[in-house]
Design a protein around this ligand. Structure first.
Ligand SMILES: Nc1nc2c(c(=O)[nH]1)N[C@H]1C(S)=C(S)[C@@H](COP(=O)(O)O)O[C@H]1N2
Ligand SMILES: [Mo]
Length: 349
């Protein structure tokens, strides 16, 4: 992929984020997923931090598709023994699971807003695939959206009981933008492996690449271990809003200490520690964190910083999962950003 395309993708990512930022900053007090819950020192960190729908990023390469639940059909086809056609009521009639999962775009830059956590409801795809009978020569599945979006994954990555056909987000039907009536969710992978308006699952005998993958984005798109700083005291730290000035006194003053808070996630293993540095990476201290039951849901964390001098500070956060420790690079790569955001803090004298 060309640099220009990377840039375009990053711009796409940030326009979503600017949208969300404006929405949050205009009318009333923002119903922020971060501000109140994370900063009450006497309260334990919440078990789950759900992103309000109004702030949940949308990433679609084209316009959202309008299909009704009645029109919708999912075809399982290709290198299989028995082609299947499923209706919306077939999906609802199967056993239902609720699960928390954090969705993130592979193009989300360090500190970006192309990430959100939701409670999803759906049914396991595996029994349907078993019924269809995958032929031994099949190597991959192509997952097709009604917008002609497509992405692929190896057979073994899709034939897992935690891969689900999802029709609800936070106990409400998926909105059109998020893939109504049905999308697929394949835990551990970035958003590009989760087609919305899913209409065909095709088993193929020769591997191929999907829409974003043909443009150079990782073909396997597994989420890397990374921490994201989300707020410093009451200021949200989104990408390109990473400069925070704090007065000496008053509610938002720094003399009584400063709360820094954020999230962290990995593809498949739980987050062991989040380390925070307030001296540009020279020294690191562990933050307080929650421990979600699923490794596919973000860990939330907060760190009470007690600076004693005014001046300029560079604040960073990095995560350690059971798999790896986040490197200290700050490049946004085509394998997903594991970059560390450097937040510039000015404590006023
Ligand atoms: N059909 C379809 N599915 C899609 C896409 C798309 O353009 N079309 N974009 C993918 C990408 S790149 C991401 S990051 C996620 C975003 O999901 P969301 O819009 O529900 O947050 O959807 C994925 N599924
Ligand atoms: Mo994405």
């Amino acid at each position: 992929m060309k640099r220009r395309q990377v840039l375009q993708r990053l711009l796409q990512a940030s326009s979503g984020l600017i949208g969300a930022y404006l929405m949050a900053s205009c009318d009333r007090a923002p119903e922020s997923p971060f501000l109140p819950n994370l900063l009450t020192p006497t309260q334990p960190l919440p078990d789950h931090l759900i992103t309000p729908l109004s702030e949940f990023y949308v990433q679609s390469y084209g316009l959202p598709v309008s299909i009704t639940a009645e029109q919708w059909q999912l075809e399982i086809t290709g290198a299989i023994a028995t082609p299947l056609k499923l209706s919306y009521s077939d999906i609802l009639a199967a056993p239902q699971d609720d699960f928390y999962l954090t969705m993130e775009c592979i193009g989300n830059p360090a500190g970006g807003n192309q990430i959100g956590n939701a409670l999803w409801t759906g049914t396991s795809l595996l029994p349907f695939l078993q019924k269809a009978g995958i032929r031994p020569d099949a190597v991959e599945f192509v997952l097709h959206g009604a917008d002609f979006y497509e992405t692929t994954l190896p057979i073994k990555d899709v034939m897992r009981s935690d891969v689900r056909l999802v029709h609800q987000m936070n106990h409400a039907p998926l909105t059109k933008e998020h893939g109504y009536p049905v999308r697929i969710i394949i835990p551990g992978h970035y958003g590009q492996k989760q087609p919305k308006w899913l209409v065909t699952i095709e088993a193929i005998a020769q591997s191929k690449q999907g829409y974003w993958e043909r443009q150079g984005w990782s073909n396997i798109a597994r989420i890397s271990t990374h921490a994201l700083v989300r707020q410093v005291q009451n200021t949200r730290v989104w990408n390109r809003h990473n400069h925070v000035a704090l007065p000496r006194n008053g509610d938002q003053g720094w003399t009584n200490g400063i709360w820094v808070a954020g999230v962290a996630i990995d593809q498949s293993s739980s987050i062991q520690r989040i380390l925070v540095s307030t001296d540009a990476g020279k020294t690191w201290q562990p933050a307080e964190q929650n421990h979600p039951a699923s490794p596919h849901e973000w860990t939330v964390w907060r760190y009470p910083w007690r600076p004693n001098q005014p001046g300029q500070y560079t604040l960073l956060a990095r995560a350690e999962s059971q798999r790896e420790t986040q490197a200290l690079d700050d490049k946004d790569s085509m394998d997903g950003s594991s970059g560390v955001l450097r937040v510039q803090i000015e404590l006023e004298a």
